[in-house]
Design a protein. Structure first.
Lengths: 353, 385, 127
């Protein structure tokens, strides 16, 4: 069986941040409880001119640059998001046009709460594996909205990650060893048609939803690949808050240092469809040839996708070709006050137009 | 080609004229010009208007003016070249008389701008820029001129104070013009503390949104001698007209107005005069920086020397070359389609010696420069007593 | 804005696709039928780089309808390409200066009301 894998990856994190204290102040909430309980310090906020499509384009441009391919040869691209700017009309066509991947390209917009990004990765990897397309581009991107004052408002953030999958062995930077999917119908979090903010089941989002599916997928993935936690240099879990992925790691027998490289949530927030994919980009920025990486996403509703990657010798040569994920997370930050944040996120009722 | 003279002028008070519609303004100014000329007939009319369609929803101004002038089936032509629509109307009327097509031609410029709110009128004016590659990206006219100003400061050391002094001078002149929108003196500090519009330009660097109209009557010079108009006939000595790129960014230099330079060369050549011969000028000061750049393009100042020249007072009434004695667009107001006609009207009144408190003494040769957009079109007219 | 008017300009706005005069090599965005420098009518498709230099700029405090300010507007000279008018995103009034290096990013410019087409294109960011 021919090898397939990631040949290029990229990320996009907006420059704006808001601190947990700034949000808590407005609602008279206790910032310390969010910081200690959920391990959240601050989160990214998109500028008014950034949305899922614009971040998908920026992340994808970096991925294509690292892949070093002609974008016209991308045969399929999928954008996974729960915040597609159009309810009807694909994000993927804009992305394809911006990259120069039209017209011989298949696209679809995907949605599965926070795992739409890994859905795209799953489909792309299988299309390349089947030999249907030479290259396939998978994007997870979100500009998530938490209702004002809701616990989600402290974490709902913005970011995008993109991966080009290919099968030419000399191009692969992270070989895809195997995949695994695990899902049930579990209504822990949802947003109905025409509704602006999502609803969630409170503590029901924990054990029966996040932990059951993440641990189920991780165990299934390791069983399928005959691996155990110690076989991995890195593990990336979906990260709706700081606590959940650390606890899942503990439950599965991973050490904290295996998790921390791809654990961005304390200062990035939950980028939903971008969350575990962005964690993977941060790992790829650091990983060395031979390192094995386990990725387990989670999407409410609910399900988890598992991936095992193994870094190749080419990875080191592409890491510095574009802005790294931690580089974007740590540098050029602009802190917003709540008023500006509310304006940027369209939370202020404006005159009708 | 016949020599052409201006024998009648018509203008009213400009400003926020809530009671007047576009047709009221155009017709009133036209009737005044006809009366001033003392003519008993009009053979043809030209109306310059930039954007009545966006500002008021009314196009087909030929029919509107022809209808409301009440002179039967008058042939009327509407022309447009953004903020240079007025001077373009004048050029069209001039050509019609010079070519012998008509003997008595009415030239009217009009714009009704206050039927839109601020951001809508900013949009309407923005249509004079490259809609797809300037406007789409959020460019506004103050913004485009601001980028010219910043470049002028960067390349020549032009100062914020020099820009302010243009506005101060034009407001001082406007105080002497009963038709001006603003009848108020301002200080450089007033300019520099006024609201920010597009850095480094502030509100008092910008010409206002204005409702207004102006009209002229043109006849062959031969015929002018037989009329007994409201003042001595004023001869059209030369007209120059040129265009430049629609987008500011397409130009090699942001600090040169090529269309103004070329239209000026053509006007000087057809009049057989040079910049030093000109006694006074009305220039298109839609923004303070525009007056400085126009001075340089017209040959009144060397490149980069316009700011110091204003500082020395050489462009004030009584200075070496008074510029914008009417108050300019800055103080008199800028109903975009009317401006070019009103500039020529001011030169006529100055050459007739009827400019009252703003009279430039001994004025025999005057120049009017009217431009569209960021200088994408320019018309320079030279008139002689 | 009607979608057809927006759609027509997609290659130029999404990926800086313009033209280059085959004879004198002058770069244009959008492409033209006649070169204004040498008069040639032969052009080749050119995709300009996404990097450039700030030639001039301003902070727009009074935006036109459909745009919300303040924002920085600039004329950027693209490396090996034409000068273009574009906003500098995520930029404060005192952050930009003439000569600054920029990179072009894909951003939203405006939208047609609450239900109309979303309008994307290029903006610069300071590097």
């Amino acid at each position: 069986m021919a090898k397939i894998g990631i040949i290029g990856y990229g990320s996009c994190i907006p420059r704006n941040r808001i601190k947990v204290e700034e949000i808590a102040k407005v609602w008279g909430a206790d910032a310390e409880s969010f910081k200690r309980g959920l391990l959240l310090e601050e989160k990214s906020v998109p500028s008014p001119d950034q949305d899922t499509i614009t971040m998908a384009v920026e992340a994808s441009r970096r991925a294509v640059l690292r892949a070093g391919i002609d974008p016209a040869k991308i045969g399929a691209l999928y954008v996974g998001s729960e915040s597609h700017p159009y309810a009807v009309k694909p994000s993927g066509t804009v992305l394809a046009e911006a990259l120069g991947a039209t017209p011989e390209c298949h696209t679809a917009d995907l949605e599965f709460a926070c795992k739409a990004g890994t859905e795209a990765m799953y489909i792309c990897s299988q299309l390349v594996k089947a030999g249907s397309v030479p290259y396939a581009l998978a994007v997870g991107a979100d500009t998530s909205q938490g209702a004002p004052g809701d616990a989600l408002e402290y974490s709902a953030a913005a970011g995008a990650a993109a991966f080009v999958f290919g099968s030419e062995e000399d191009k692969i930077v992270a070989e895809l060893v195997d995949t695994y999917a695990f899902m049930t119908d579990t209504p822990d979090f949802w947003r109905r048609e025409h509704m602006h903010y999502p609803r969630h089941g409170g503590r029901f989002t924990g054990e029966p939803a996040f932990f059951k599916h993440v641990c189920g997928a991780a165990r299934g993935m390791m069983a399928k690949t005959k691996t155990q936690p110690s076989d991995f240099r890195y593990v990336v879990f979906h990260q709706p808050n700081g606590k959940f992925p650390l606890r899942a790691g503990q439950m599965l027998g991973f050490k904290k240092e295996q998790i921390l490289t791809g654990w961005l949530v304390n200062r990035l927030g939950n980028t939903y469809s971008g969350a575990s994919p962005l964690g993977l980009t941060a790992v790829l920025d650091e990983a060395q040839a031979g390192d094995r990486i386990l990725v387990v996403s989670f999407g409410s509703g609910a399900g988890s996708d598992g991936f095992v990657f193994q870094a190749t010798g080419r990875l080191a040569s592409v890491q510095k070709l574009a802005a790294g994920t931690r580089e974007q997370l740590d540098n050029k930050k602009r802190y917003l006050d709540y008023g500006t944040y509310a304006r940027y996120r369209g939370k202020i009722r404006m005159a009708e137009k | 080609m016949r020599d052409v003279s201006i024998v009648g002028v018509g203008i009213g008070h400009w400003g926020e004229l809530w009671n007047d519609s576009l047709r009221d303004l155009a017709v009133a100014a036209s009737l005044k010009a006809i009366a001033d000329a003392g003519v008993d007939r009009v053979d043809s009319a030209v109306i310059g208007c930039m954007s009545s369609g966006i500002f008021t929803g009314q196009e087909h101004l030929a029919s509107v003016l022809g209808d409301y002038l009440g002179r039967g089936p008058l042939p009327v032509t509407r022309v447009e070249s953004a903020c240079a629509s007025g001077a373009l109307a004048f050029k069209a009327g001039y050509a019609e008389v010079a070519a012998g097509i008509s003997d008595v031609v009415l030239v009217c410029g009009a714009e009704k701008m206050n039927d839109l709110d601020g951001s809508e009128s900013t949009y309407a004016l923005g249509t004079a820029a490259d809609q797809e590659y300037e406007g789409y990206n959020g460019a506004t006219f103050p913004g485009l001129y601001a980028m010219m100003a910043l470049r002028h400061m960067h390349e020549f050391g032009t100062t914020r104070r020099q820009l302010s002094l243009v506005a101060v001078k034009n407001h001082a002149n406007g105080l002497q013009n009963p038709n001006a929108q603003f009848q108020m003196a301002i200080t450089p500090e007033d300019v520099e503390k006024s609201a920010k519009v597009a850095d480094p330009l502030r509100l008092l660097d910008c010409s206002p949104v204005t409702d207004g109209a102006a009209a002229l009557i043109l006849v062959p010079t031969e015929l002018a001698k037989k009329l007994a108009p409201g003042g001595a006939p004023v001869a059209v000595r030369g007209i120059g007209h040129a265009t430049d790129t629609i987008a500011l960014h397409s130009r090699a230099s942001l600090t040169r107005l090529r269309a103004v330079e070329v239209s000026a060369e053509r006007a000087y050549q057809s009049a057989g005069v040079k910049p030093a011969d000109i006694h006074l000028a009305e220039v298109h000061d839609c923004f303070t920086i525009a007056e400085l750049m126009a001075m340089e393009a017209l040959g009144f100042a060397a490149p980069g020397q316009s700011g110091p020249m204003v500082e020395r007072g050489e462009t004030a009434i009584g200075g070496r070359i008074p510029i914008n004695p009417s108050g300019g667009l800055k103080s008199k107001g800028h109903p975009v389609g009317a401006t070019g006609v009103a500039q020529i009207l001011e030169i006529v009144e100055q050459l007739r010696g009827q400019a009252g408190g703003r009279q430039v003494k001994g004025a025999k040769l005057g120049l009017a420069q009217n431009m569209g957009g960021t200088g994408g079109s320019s018309i320079v007219t030279i008139l002689g007593a | 804005m009607q979608p057809q008017k927006y759609w027509r300009e997609i290659p130029a706005r999404y990926r800086l696709e313009g033209g280059r005069c085959k004879k004198c090599r002058k770069a244009f965005l959008p492409s033209r039928l006649v070169c204004d420098a040498c008069g040639s009518r032969e052009f080749e498709k050119a995709r300009f780089t996404g990097t450039g230099t700030v030639h001039s700029f301003t902070m727009i405090h009074t935006p036109p309808s459909g745009y919300s300010g303040p924002y920085v507007l600039a004329i950027v000279e693209l490396d090996g390409g034409p000068k273009l008018t574009m906003q500098i995103a995520d930029c404060g009034a005192d952050e930009a200066k003439i000569g600054d290096k920029v990179r072009v990013e894909f951003r939203k410019l405006t939208q047609v009301g609450d239900a109309g087409v979303l309008c994307y294109g290029y903006k610069a960011v300071l590097v």
